[in-house]
Design a protein around this ligand. Structure first.
Ligand SMILES: [Zn+2]
Length: 425
């Protein structure tokens, strides 16, 4: 990486991304679900790639694949720096979500190797286990484990094929046990860094190279149960109906209106989605008697979330009253907003500037492994542009040049952490 877009670097990035893209369910590109045979093959390829880059490989108790580049011996309080992302995908996902981050982290190692730079600290390149939401209902398995957030209850969950989550983690080399607290060396971690595609279009539309992430939003999920009365669609008069689906429609419309209003007024990332709904009995000639649906709420500002939720509860009460149904709301999951470390954000910004790259601050829409790591150590993220903001779909695209630019920013930041010049290109 003597130049930002050195051809050998670009071809190395392209070939890594292309190779991983071939490891997929054949009929459903790009699908490499955690614990699937494709995931195992992807991991095996990555392990060999780590070894070829001179990294010492192991799988930690949480099932993360870690490649270590040792720092100088006998440096007091040298600490550690972690750079990682993930190679698992959603079903029919993309070629870059997570993968770009792992490939960029490897580029940092290639630069250090080519320049024969010995860092004062150990550098860990990590493929975090199972970042995407899985069939056991938990995302970010590896980073949660590092942060001490994997519980026995999560590990005991069994999927529709009878697979127990804990058994799957131990099959791929983890302990399969609940975390007994954060990583024991957490206090030695100087920085956790991650590069990721933006998964939205701010960078792409504004022609910016790098997004310095300010915060990863809090993610909250609620189960909404609406109970009315099922009845014959021909004989139940409109006046006497207790139609749970009509009440649900009221709530869905109100949710969208309230969230749009808050996002506009606050001028910040705020989204609310009702994306899952089950109707019972679900018959063409039956008035719907019961609806179960899920609200997914993501906010970088706690005040905005609280005011949305108060208005949302009022909307549920109103729908219950108008439609003569009973509505209950139950919290299913809650993860607070994760602000990124200010010092690391400044270092990443300085690295972008020193290397001639444009950068803007940006808040994340999606959740990431770095949110969990930020609970135990200084953590920060950068985004690179993602064409038309499309992600979690086969059209997802970023260029090898964009990955190279991001890798340069990470490299500069790592050099800065080693008290060296951040201009690396
Ligand atoms: Zn991702």
């Amino acid at each position: 990486m003597t130049k930002i877009t050195a051809p050998d670097q670009i071809s190395r990035i392209t070939s890594a991304v292309d190779h991983l893209a071939t490891i997929t369910e054949p009929d459903r590109p790009h699908t490499r679900l955690v614990f699937s045979p494709e995931f195992d093959r992807g991991r095996e390829w990555l392990r060999k790639t780590f070894l070829a880059a001179g990294l010492a490989c192991h799988i930690d108790t949480g099932g993360n694949l870690i490649g270590v580049r040792k720092g100088k011996q006998n440096v007091d309080n040298a600490g550690k720096v972690i750079i990682g992302s993930h190679i698992d995908t959603v079903p029919a996902g993309g070629r870059f979500d997570g993968i770009a981050g792992v490939v960029a982290a490897l580029e940092v190692v290639h630069y250090l190797n080519e320049k024969r730079i010995e860092l004062p600290f150990d550098l860990e390149i990590v493929d975090y286990l199972g970042e995407e939401l899985n069939v056991w209902g938990t995302s970010c398995l590896g980073s949660r484990h590092m942060a001490g957030l994997i519980t026995s209850e999560m590990l005991e969950r069994i999927d529709s094929e009878g697979r127990r989550l804990g058994a799957e983690i131990s099959r791929i080399g983890g302990s399969g046990q609940a975390s007994d607290g954060p990583r024991s060396d957490a206090s030695q971690i100087k920085a956790c860094l991650e590069l990721h595609i933006e998964q939205a279009k701010i960078l792409d539309s504004n022609g910016q190279d790098i997004g310095i992430v300010t915060a990863i939003p809090g993610i909250y999920r609620y189960g909404i149960s609406i109970t009315g009365q099922a009845g014959h669609s021909g004989t139940t008069s409109m006046a006497e109906r207790q139609d749970a689906l009509v009440a649900a429609a009221d709530i869905i419309q109100k949710t969208s209106a309230l969230a749009s209003e808050i996002a506009r007024d606050e001028n910040q990332h705020f989204v609310a989605t009702i994306g899952k709904i089950d109707v019972f009995p679900n018959g063409a000639a039956i008035v719907p008697g019961q609806v179960e649906m899920t609200l997914d709420l993501r906010a970088v500002n706690a005040r905005a979330r609280v005011s949305f939720f108060e208005a949302f509860e009022r909307a549920c009460d109103q729908a219950a009253k108008t439609r003569n149904c009973r509505v209950t709301v139950q919290q299913l999951a809650a993860a607070d907003v994760a602000p990124m470390n200010g010092n690391l954000m400044t270092m990443l910004e300085e690295s972008a500037k020193a290397n001639g790259l444009s950068a803007i601050n940006i808040s994340s829409g999606a959740g990431h492994d770095t949110a969990h790591l930020s609970r135990i150590a200084p953590a920060a993220m950068i985004f690179i542009p993602c064409r038309d903001g499309l992600s979690h779909c086969p059209e997802e695209y970023t260029s090898s040049e964009a990955i190279a630019k991001g890798a340069t920013v990470l490299t500069g930041c790592v050099m800065g952490l080693a008290n060296e010049a951040v201009k690396v290109s």
